[in-house]
Design a protein around this ligand. Structure first.
Ligand code: DAH
Length: 348
């Protein structure tokens, strides 16, 4: 029998056996037997080179044709087995595969939370630790310990929501924190330098609501205390933050500012994204957008928590969170963040 006759016989046998197969395991042994590495067909194809030229062509073509045919029959059989299995489970279990599936709602984080996460990531990569503090605070931490005593005019800049609760034995009064700075004090009372923290969280002010004011918003505070920290560390850290958050081409500007708990104090502004410094409506024609307050921790603040300002120095900063996505996406009303309108929230 020559090779072509052998192949013809092989085909009859293979297709005959295939017709009787009715489960996946048998099908796999069939495949190994007729199409596998050790199959007769593979051997024929492998040994083509040894045939005389006259036979090589016809045997090669015939063997390849047979391979394609067996493969396509195999696929058909696989499909048929799958369908039969499904049909039997529909019968057995009453499974109706035409029913729509369960909806799978995909949630997302609030744009403010997303912004906080992004800022946290940048600072943790620079060795800062993320900590959180209480939203209900004593006036001592919110004001006194930050060099803002009772009659200090800085109190007027932060309209405070006081809590109607008796003073404690130290004559401390409760309030909703007006900024995240009190966590500077709480953390330094417990942890000795070197320390580096960022504190994201909610803050509250007793203010009438409008497009740029709401009684609750978010801030993130930063604090680094160690031996030999200088203004250069403050600027370097905040430059790096701006580079990573706003991109390397945004210019950054520092100017003097006053905050009772730092000395010297600065404000940091970034170049306006809309007009690139030319001046437009968004930046109030100045070309700059202020994003945070910062400074070198006041020696008195360090002394109050028992850290020697002759040995240690530090820097601190605080920024409002909502402003950042507002500037970035051109959102012109802060109330949108908290009106729970999914049409707005789904865009982030
Ligand atoms: N707590 C200040 C505010 O809410 C912002 C601030 C300014 C925080 C300067 C700081 C700082 O840590 O050093 O207006």
């Amino acid at each position: 029998m020559d090779v072509l006759e052998q192949l013809a016989e092989l085909k009859v046998r293979a297709l005959g056996e295939l017709a009787d197969i009715d489960d996946a395991r048998e099908l796999e042994s069939w495949r190994v037997c007729y199409l596998g590495k050790k199959s007769r067909l593979t051997a024929v194809l492998r040994n083509l080179g040894e045939l005389p030229l006259s036979e090589k062509k016809s045997v090669g073509a015939g063997a390849n044709r047979l391979r394609v045919e067996l493969e396509s029959n195999l696929e058909q059989k696989k499909r048929a087995l799958r369908e039969a299995k499904l049909a039997s489970s529909v019968q057995k279990e009453g499974l109706d595969i035409s029913l729509p599936g369960y909806p799978f709602p995909v949630g997302r984080l609030h744009p403010v939370t997303q912004t906080i996460h992004k800022i946290n990531d940048i600072f943790t990569s620079m060795g800062f630790q993320v900590v959180e503090g209480p939203e209900v605070e004593w006036d001592y931490y919110n004001f006194e310990a930050l060099n803002i005593p009772e009659e200090h005019p800085a109190r007027d800049t932060m309209a405070t929501l006081w809590i109607d609760y008796e003073k404690d034995s130290n004559q401390r009064q409760m309030l909703l924190r007006t900024h995240t700075s009190p966590m500077q004090i709480r953390f330094m009372e417990k942890v000795r330098p070197p320390l580096r923290i960022v504190v994201p969280g909610k803050v509250y002010r007793y203010e009438a609501t409008d497009a740029t004011h709401i009684p609750m918003f978010h801030q993130i505070e930063g604090l680094a205390v160690d031996e030999g920290i200088t203004m250069a560390d403050l600027k370097g850290t905040l430059y790096e933050f701006s580079r990573r958050f706003f991109g390397k081409d945004r210019k950054v500007r520092f100017r003097c500012d006053y905050f009772p708990f730092v000395e010297p104090g600065v404000e940091m502004a970034i170049e306006c994204a809309v007009c690139k410094g030319e001046g437009c409506r968004l930046c109030g024609s100045s070309g700059w957008i202020e994003i945070l307050g910062a400074g070198m921790v006041h020696p008195e603040v360090l002394r109050r928590v028992g850290i020697d300002p002759e040995v240690y120095t530090g820097f601190a900063f605080g920024m409002g969170i909502e402003r950042i996505p507002m500037l970035r996406y051109g959102i012109d009303d802060i109330r949108l963040f908290y009106s729970s309108d999914l049409r707005f929230l789904r865009q982030f």
